[in-house]
Design a protein around this ligand. Structure first.
Ligand SMILES: *[C@@H]1O[C@H](CO)[C@@H](O)[C@H](O)[C@H]1NC(C)=O
Ligand SMILES: *[C@@H]1O[C@H](CO)[C@@H](O)[C@H](O)[C@H]1NC(C)=O
Ligand SMILES: [Cu+2]
Length: 232
């Protein structure tokens, strides 16, 4: 009995530590951090990472399409500052990409399928001729960026991915930490965001910035995965 109880505790504790990954759980609008999962679609996998870039879960994380109805939409003016906050600091090395997709109607019923996603922001590593590679996203608990002022008004999904690269030297080794939020862009312009990609579809998993060894040898350069950032 005692041993079984102890084993159960050990199993529960190790499950807890496996599940204790950082999550992008809140949107930042202007200078306010919103409540966890108020405007972010809740996932159901305790944020064990997504590693299959062709999976539907790659779009908005496991459960992220099903939780659409429970999520609210926050207003943010084109040209204003938005961002993501995490429940704990990022603790794996890797870059960040943020994509947005405009819903044809109400974002509450938008599943983000099709060639609808453009990149709006990225955080790249800093390389130094094979002597070092550092990751500005390491250890951060939030980040913000500016929405282009020519971004058209309307309702959008905004999707963040942190690509953890500590075991990325083999296919499928990169770990994606993903969340989708909902923003109603107001006061927008007549820009034409692009290039547009599908998610999943944007990556094969064999990109030089997804399947690589970041330790030995230290990469001389790094190729950020995905399309160029649309700057409006
Ligand atoms: C991360 O941040 C914490 C708290 O500010 C600090 O103690 C720690 O040294 C930082 N770690 C890295 C790798 O920068
Ligand atoms: C989005 O903003 C527009 C303009 O303020 C407003 O009319 C509309 O009701 C908003 N929609 C949502 C879903 O918040
Ligand atoms: Cu991990």
């Amino acid at each position: 009995m005692k041993l079984t109880g102890l084993l159960a505790t050990v199993v529960a504790l190790s499950a807890a530590s496996v599940s204790a990954h950082y999550r992008f759980d809140a949107l930042i609008v202007g200078s306010s951090t919103t409540a966890p999962y108020q405007y972010i679609r809740q996932n159901t996998n305790y944020n064990s990472p997504i590693t299959d870039v062709t999976s539907l879960d790659f779009r908005c994380n496991a459960g992220g399409l099903a939780s659409a109805a429970a999520t609210q939409t926050v207003a943010a003016a084109a040209g204003s500052t938005v961002g993501f906050a995490l429940d704990q600091a990022i603790f794996h090395p890797g870059p960040i990409n943020v994509y947005m997709a405009k819903a044809p109607g109400n974002v509450a019923s938008f599943d983000g399928s099709g060639n609808v996603w453009f990149k709006v922001y990225e955080i790249r590593p800093v390389t130094n001729g094979r002597t070092s590679i550092t990751w500005p996203a390491d250890n951060i608990s939030s980040f913000t960026f500016q929405l282009p002022s020519s971004l058209p008004s309307g309702q959008y999904l905004v999707r963040v991915e942190h690509i953890a690269l500590h075991s990325a030297s083999t296919f499928g080794g990169a770990q994606f930490y993903i969340s989708c939020g909902r923003i109603n862009v107001t006061g927008g312009g007549s820009g034409n965001p692009g290039p547009l990609v599908a998610i999943p579809g944007v990556y094969t998993g064999r990109e030089p910035g997804i399947m690589l060894n970041i330790y030995d040898p230290i990469p001389a350069t790094y190729t950020q995965p995905g399309p160029a950032v649309w700057r409006g």
